[in-house]
Design a binder for this molecule. Structure first.
Ligand SMILES: *Cc1c(COP(=O)(O)O)cnc(C)c1O
Length: 385
């Protein structure tokens, strides 16, 4: 494997529900879920059945042909996003690819060449390909790869910065409704509404990166829906596939007319295997009420963590089942290692934040187990201070 990887936390061999097992037979409670990917947990019968059924029927055909699964998933995304009849969907294979498609969409909103800039936020994460990296607001990830595609300005996440930067030279503003990779950082109150008003006033697109927050994780299908706004486009991936690689761009209203024939494509994009599985995953999230479960369990998770009363916990950020445990000291790595020792997978998103993104299927049993194990990990780290 390339040196881009760190040393693995364990070698995993199987999973079941919210649990995974390593090659030594140890089971872990998985509160990372492949970084907000395994919405239904591991080896869910609906996921297994969808993979098996579609793989034995038609796995791949190329973009020269239509298939029922791609059309069904596009319809479903248009419905749950609120894009409706005027919505359009493009499929790729990952979040980065979805954001590449969004970046190219922004370039098409150029008003005859007058709009040359794209605004993105400091600290934002949009992916690792050259285009999505150009949108990403983390110098440590970008610097070695300059020059990146140009015209992107990273601005602080304040309404004042938006007001100062938005004008007729801006083609689009792209943002994460909650900055996941940066440590589950929320935007200021009223930010999305202000962003919607300002982009509309200046003719810029509002593009919401829902790669991590989408597919029900925050307690709405998409996090922008909490703010009651309508964006021009959203990008989706991670949780919508439940483990099968897929990403997509959903456009709303006039933004649906920007792309024309031949301007974008991907060999695997929208193939019947990945779209059938994603459609089945989203159907199960809907059938089993997992969007509501994410809201309810997220609130419970918050109470459970705060209820531990650990001196290491400063507070909780995030929404639904995308949670950030803010620590009083920069001990996130020690804490995630201690959690592994206690049989729990969590993620050190930065020095002083633990990110929790469990499968949307969790219930009382998983919360009990989490609370016990996370409490033990906190105590173990606190004892060393
Ligand atoms: C993970 C992530 C991406 C990149 O997705 P990949 O599938 O890893 O390419 C983009 N945006 C956000 C908000 C993400 O969390």
């Amino acid at each position: 494997m390339m040196k881009t990887l760190g040393s693995p936390l364990a070698k995993l061999v199987r999973g079941e529900g919210a649990r995974v097992q390593d090659d030594e037979g140890t089971w872990y409670l998985d509160f990372l879920a492949g970084i907000a990917v395994n919405s239904l947990g591991h080896a869910h019968p609906v996921f297994v059945d969808a993979v098996t059924r579609q793989a034995s029927r038609l796995a791949h055909v190329s973009n020269y042909f239509a298939t029922d699964p791609a059309l069904a998933l596009a319809d479903r995304l248009a419905r749950i996003s609120g894009a409706g009849e005027a919505g359009r969907v493009w499929f790729g294979n990952s979040g980065a690819e979805a954001n590449e498609a969004a970046f190219k969409l922004a370039r098409l909103n150029n008003s005859g060449g007058a709009r040359t800039r794209v605004l993105a936020l400091v600290d934002a994460f949009h992916g690792r390909t050259m285009g999505s990296l150009a949108l990403t607001g983390k110098p440590a990830m970008r610097d070695a790869f300059e020059p990146l595609p140009g015209g992107v300005t990273h601005i602080p996440s304040t309404i004042e910065a938006l007001e100062a930067e938005l004008d007729e030279s801006v083609a689009a503003l792209i943002l994460e409704p909650i900055k996941g990779e940066a440590g589950v950082l929320e935007l200021p109150e009223g930010y999305l509404r202000a962003a919607r008003d300002l982009t509309r006033r200046h003719g810029a697109l509002l593009i919401v990166d829902e790669v991590q927050t989408g597919a029900g994780r925050t307690g709405e299908w998409f996090a922008f829906q909490h703010a009651g706004i309508v964006p021009d486009a959203i990008t989706v991936a991670k949780g919508m596939g439940g483990g099968i690689p897929i990403g997509g761009l959903v456009t709303f209203g006039h933004a649906s007319d920007l792309y024309s024939r031949g301007q974008h494509g991907s060999t695997y994009g929208g193939n019947p295997l990945s779209t059938a599985v994603a459609d089945a995953v989203l159907a199960e999230i809907e059938r089993a009420g997992l969007v509501e479960n994410a809201a309810r369990r997220g609130a419970e998770l918050r109470e459970r963590v705060l209820g531990l009363g650990s001196p290491l916990v400063a507070g909780m950020r995030g929404r639904g089942l995308l949670a950030g445990v803010a620590l009083t000291e920069p001990v996130a790595s020690e804490l995630s290692a201690a959690a592994m020792q206690a049989g729990l997978i969590v993620n050190a998103a930065n020095d002083s934040t633990i990110r929790l993104a469990p499968p949307l299927i969790i219930g009382d049993a998983e919360l009990d187990e989490f609370t016990d194990r996370f409490g033990r990990a906190l105590d173990a780290v606190a004892a060393t201070r």
